[in-house]
Design a protein around this ligand. Sequence first.
Ligand code: ATP
Length: 233
Amino acid sequence: MSVIETVELRKTYGRLQALKGVSLRVEKGQIYGLLGQNGAGKTTLIKILLGIVGLTEGQASLLGAPAGDANARRRVGYLPEDHAFPGYHTGYSLMDFYGSLYGVPSAERKKRIPETLEQVGIAGRMHYKIKTYSKGMKQRLGIAQAMLHRPDLIILDEPTDGVDPMGRAEIRDLMAQLKDDGHTIFLNSHLLGEVELICDRVAILQQGKLVREGTIAELTKTKGTFVLGLLAG
Ligand code: ATP
């Protein structure tokens, strides 16, 4: 069973065709990158899988269930693009809040929160208010939040957006570490340098169309600088 599968997926917003027949498949244990410029349709694909918006035509499944299925949704950890955590929370109290939303028992949260924050490298700051965190620390907290209920799939929408180059490298290393620990990750990114370093497979979206799919080695072997040229615009 695939973790994510879409078949000829189409989405229109009024007259705008955001997805124009996208077929892809993500298997367990992979880091799968969806690469494309702003407006390519990446967030729309995630929102369909999670049931935030409906699809127009085609099929989409998540963890073996139709897109939007509530049980499948609870087995996913999601870091949305442009999320904003309330700054008055501490890292710990925010995690505690999310843990309770996802039904993680209180005693288990006490154990799991420091462990998870340690894994993403911010345990030392967990009792500080989030408003004192750097952008990179907030993103790492977001990844920790997405992992807390031990999901079967982690979906990260532009997790390094707005983060400085050093922080980006650290988040990349963290994603690679999560994969080594057995997690499956679906990553939206507009950064080739990000996906080529850590993804097992990559799909390239351009204006709602999936123009290439494969391993980075396959993509660069068959088309040379094609990918770079595509992203350059
Ligand atoms: P970004 O990183 O900028 O979010 P993206 O690749 O994730 O880019 P989407 O957010 O999926 O792209 O947007 C795809 C297209 O659909 C864009 O042209 C966007 O303006 C449009 N769009 C997205 N959401 C809506 C909406 N709710 N109503 C109308 N148009 C929308």
